[in-house]
Design a protein around this ligand. Structure first.
Ligand code: A2P
Length: 331
C-alpha cells in the first residue's frame, strides 16, 4: 500500500495533540511524520506511535523541504491564512481546522458522513468545519434528505475545551475560586452566551459560523437558520438543542429509524430509563449521540433533538483525520 508523508501543524496545541492520538488509533499509512509548531516550542519532543518526534518551527520552506503529502493544521487562523497556500503550492493537501478558509468558495468544507465527494473539488486546501456545526450536520443530514429541512433553531451548550487550554484552565481554576483569564466572566457556576466575538448584528461569530457552515455543507444556501451559542461549565463535549422544521410531513417512529441508520450517529433515546446523550459519556468517543427526539407540537412538521459529541474529537481532530483517510482512499 502506498504510504504518505504526513505533518501536523500546531502539534503542541489541544487539537494538535488529539490529531496525533487519532492518527495513531486509526493507523494511517504513514511513511514519514512531522510535527510543527511555533518557535516557542520548537525543539521539544512529542511521542507518536512510541517514537519521539522533535517539534519543528514552521517556515515557508517546511512543505518542500520535507515533501509533505497531507498536512493537518490547527495553529490558528493567521497561521492557516499564511501557510496553507504555501503548502498547497508545493503539492501538499492541507486539511485546515481554523475558520480562515471555510467560507471560501474554492475551498470544500467537509464532514465525511455528509459531503465527502466535495473533497474532489479541492485546490490544495480543505476546511474542517466549526465543532458545533460538525455534530449538528451529522444528525441533520439524514433528516434533510428524508424530509427537506425548512428551518433550524440551534441552541448550544459548549464545553470549555473549545476555547483551548485557556478555557480549560478558567474552569478548573474557577472551581477553586480563582478569577478567569480567558473568558470575560467566571465560567464556574455560570453560562456565558458569548462564544467568539460579537458582530454588528448582535450575533456572535460562532453563531454565524453555524448558520453559514450548515448551509454550505448541506448544499442548502437558502436554509433558514438561527443560533444561540452558550459556553457552559463542562470540560469536554458540546451539547446542542436543535429544533428543526420540515417541508414534508413525517411519522415519528420512521424519523427515529432514519436517525438510527444515519452514518456516524448513535441513538440514545430511552427516557423511561433516563437514557439520553450526555457530555460525560460522549467524551473520548468519535460518534454523534442523538436523543430526546420529540415532535414539536407547535408547528405542522417539526422535531426537537438533543445532540452531543466530543468537540475535540468528532468536532475537530477525528473529522480532519477522516478527511485524510478519504483522500488516501479516493484521490
Ligand atoms: P506553540 O506551542 O509553539 O505555541 P491552541 O489552540 O491549543 O492554543 O494551540 C495552538 C497551536 O498552534 C500550538 O501548537 C501553537 O504552537 C501553534 N502555533 C501558534 N502560532 C504558530 C505559528 N506562527 N506557527 C506555527 N504554529 C503556531
Amino acid at each position: 500500500m502506498e504510504k504518505f508523508n504526513i505533518a501536523v501543524v500546531g502539534a503542541t496545541g489541544m487539537v494538535g495533540r488529539t490529531f496525533l492520538k487519532v492518527l495513531e488509533e486509526r493507523n494511517l499509512p504513514i511513511e514519514n511524520f512531522y510535527v510543527f509548531a511555533s518557535k516557542r516550542s520548537a525543539g521539544n519532543t512529542l511521542t507518536f506511535n512510541n517514537k519521539e518526534y522533535t517539534v519543528l518551527e514552521l517556515n515557508e520552506a517546511s512543505f518542500t523541504d520535507y515533501k509533505i503529502d497531507i498536512a493537518l493544521f490547527s495553529a490558528g487562523g493567521g497561521t492557516s491564512l499564511k501557510f496553507a497556500p504555501i503548502a498547497a503550492k508545493s503539492g501538499c493537501i492541507v486539511i485546515d481546522n481554523s475558520s480562515a478558509w471555510r467560507m471560501d468558495p474554492n475551498v470544500p468544507l467537509v464532514v465525511p458522513e455528509v459531503n465527502a465527494p466535495d473533497i474532489l473539488k479541492h485546490n490544495g486546501i480543505i476546511a474542517n468545519p466549526n465543532c458545533s456545526t460538525i455534530q449538528a450536520v451529522v444528525a441533520l443530514n439524514p433528516l434533510h434528505k428524508a424530509y427537506d429541512i425548512n428551518r433550524i433553531i440551534y441552541t448550544t451548550f459548549q464545553a470549555v475545551s473549545g476555547a483551548g487550554m485557556g478555557g480549560y484552565n478558567d474552569l478548573s481554576e474557577g472551581l477553586k475560586g480563582n478569577p478567569p483569564t480567558k473568558f470575560p466572566h467566571p465560567i464556574a457556576g455560570n453560562c456565558l452566551p458569548h462564544i467568539d466575538v460579537f458582530l454588528d448584528n448582535g450575533y456572535t461569530k460562532e453563531e454565524i459560523k453555524m448558520v453559514e457552515e450548515t448551509r454550505k455543507i448541506l448544499h442548502a444556501p437558502e436554509l433558514k437558520i438561527t443560533a444561540t451559542t452558550v459556553r457552559v461549565p463542562v470540560f469536554d463535549s458540546h451539547s446542542e438543542s436543535i429544533n428543526v422544521e420540515f417541508n414534508k410531513s413525517f411519522e415519528l417512529t420512521e424519523l427515529v429509524e432514519t436517525l438510527k441508520n444515519g452514518e456516524g450517529i448513535i441513538l440514545e433515546d430511552d427516557v423511561q430509563n433516563n437514557i439520553y446523550p450526555l457530555a460525560l459519556n460522549a467524551a473520548g468517543k468519535d460518534e454523534v449521540f442523538v436523543g430526546r427526539i420529540r415532535r414539536d407540537e407547535s408547528v405542522e412538521s417539526g422535531v426537537n433533538l438533543w445532540v452531543v459529541a466530543d468537540n475535540i474529537r468528532k468536532g475537530a481532530a477525528t473529522n480532519a483525520v477522516q478527511i485524510a483517510e478519504w483522500i488516501i482512499k479516493n484521490v
